[in-house]
Ligand binder design. Structure first.
Ligand code: NAD
Length: 314
């Protein structure tokens, strides 16, 4: 079985590619990535051809998806602040890019298309936990682009009978997540600052909450979805219902690292949501065998991986 991973050189993509290669039933994995935020080294030593270029290029996608049984579409420009700074590139990559991937899948009769949307689509809707039926109230260009991506995906199931699975990822963290760019996510930012002995910068009061999800739990779910050919007619939250504030996250890191960590507060950022926690009933019904990695264990693995990079001078 051939599986295509767009965004395969990115954080979740590179973890997913490894998990797919470990499955005997999956005979070939192909990555598509323009390396705008992903890294070539994430695929070092793997038997995975990288088609380097944008998902907006139909010829590149034709080459990638021909003969594929599944496409896992992760390629996107992530980050709320990035989209607030420059909305158009996020829209092109995330909304038009998803449409382009769906069109390629339609041209080639791909049996299953799995798409990464985001919990940010719930936005300013105050109801917690986030149940998929809640009205989306996106408050950033990124969230709007992801809402468009998942809506196109559902429309392709309705119009063309395509088997699809749009997931709303929450705050995914783990090894290979980039720490050193302007739009880095909070876990790698905190861990890298802590390892460097620098203060952790918290936007706002630190009491904002997130449903942190270890990347292994995400890839376990994606692999299970590919192997069992899971398809749905609506979105599915991919998170397990934790609600952890940034201050609690810092306390966990302090315990793991065995010392107090300095914190500095910066202004809250436009576009950021206050609280986020998934209702995971739909996920647990569809994927009853997936067991989430607890926050502590996931953070320990992340700290270990990032310390290894520091020791290696990377
Ligand atoms: P990432 O930035 O590490 O990976 C995205 C990859 O897509 C990168 O390798 C990048 O180079 C590639 N890419 C970007 N634009 C492209 C284009 N036009 N053509 C081809 N490739 C392109 O981010 P990630 O955290 O691995 O995110 C994977 C997916 O999950 C994204 O769709 C993201 O929006 C979604 N998501 C992630 C999180 C999270 O917490 N990490 C949360 C919600 C949703």
């Amino acid at each position: 079985m051939k599986v295509v991973v767009t965004g395969g050189a990115g954080f979740i993509g590179a973890n997913l590619v490894r998990a797919l290669l470990a499955e005997p039933g999956i005979t070939s994995v192909v990555a598509v990535d323009d390396l705008s935020t992903g890294l070539l080294e994430n695929l070092d030593g793997l038997p995975v051809p990288l088609l380097r270029g944008t998902i907006l290029d139909p010829d590149l996608l034709d080459e990638a998806v021909a003969g594929a049984a599944s496409v896992v579409h992760l390629g996107a420009l992530g980050s709320v602040p990035r989209s607030v700074d420059r909305p158009l590139p996020s829209h092109h990559a995330n909304a038009t890019g998803t449409l382009s991937v769906l069109e390629a899948a339609r041209r080639h009769d791909v049996g299953q298309v799995i798409v990464a949307s985001s919990s940010s689509v719930y936005g300013a809707n105050p109801v917690l936990p986030r149940q998929e039926g809640l009205r989306p109230v996106p408050v950033s260009p990124y969230a709007v682009s992801k809402l468009a991506a998942e809506a196109y995906t559902i429309a392709y199931a309705a119009c063309y009978g395509m088997q699809v699975l749009p997931f709303r990822f929450f705050n995914v963290f783990g090894p290979r997540q980039a720490a050193h760019h302007a739009y880095a996510a909070v876990v790698p930012r905190f861990v890298s600052a802590a390892l460097a002995g620098q203060p952790l910068q918290v936007h706002g009061d630190g009491r904002q909450t997130r449903d942190f999800t270890y990347v292994g739990s995400v890839t376990d779910t994606l692999v299970d979805a590919v192997l069992r050919r899971v398809g749905v007619t609506d979105v599915v939250n991919l998170a397990f219902g934790a609600r952890v504030s940034l201050l609690e996250l810092i306390a966990e890191l302090e315990e793991i690292m065995g010392r107090r960590l300095d914190v500095v507060h910066a202004p809250a950022r436009p576009g950021d949501v206050r609280d986020s926690q998934a209702n995971s009933d739909r996920l647990r019904e569809l994927f009853p065998t997936v067991r989430p990695t607890p926050l502590r264990a996931g953070l320990e693995q992340t700290v270990a991986w990032m310390s290894g990079r520091v020791l290696a001078g990377q």
